[in-house]
Design a protein around this ligand. Structure first.
Ligand SMILES: [Cu+2]
Length: 133
């Protein structure tokens, strides 16, 4: 029925993403391409920031809380979970499924400044807050 027009917020820096998973509900689950996109053209000798979080019995441990990475750094967020879930990096809108009793990683370049929540989707569990810049 009602035809929705143009979404204007595209490209704006998202501030205040701490409120949970309210955004991005239009994305179809299961259709996200799992290929980490790298930009080989302007790769500098940047250190990969590896962030590791372990989730057991609904509790996150490891690199939780606020994690600061420099703008432009390659980031790998590795989550080990005892239950099947989905990692969601807000702002960057990266989602990766993690099977039960295993580890999955989200790799991206932190090229947007700001503060971004990283969560597990199904219990809406906050893992960490990624501070870029
Ligand atoms: Cu989320």
């Amino acid at each position: 029925m009602g035809r929705v027009g143009i979404t204007i917020a595209t490209g704006a820096v998202l501030i205040g993403v701490l409120g949970g998973c309210g955004q991005g509900t239009a994305t179809a689950p299961g259709s996200s391409p799992a290929s980490p996109s790298t930009a080989p053209g302007r790769a500098q000798a940047l250190t990969v920031r590896t962030i590791s979080v372990k989730v057991r019995n609904g509790k996150a441990s490891g690199d939780t809380g606020q994690v600061t990475v420099p703008l432009g750094s390659p980031v790998v967020i590795s989550v080990s979970s005892d239950v099947a879930d989905e990692i969601h990096v807000h702002g960057y809108e990266r989602t990766v499924k993690v099977p039960a009793a295993s580890t999955a990683s989200v790799a991206f370049t932190a090229n947007k400044p700001g503060a971004f929540a990283v969560e597990l989707e199904n219990p809406k569990l906050a893992l960490l807050q990624l501070q870029v810049g």
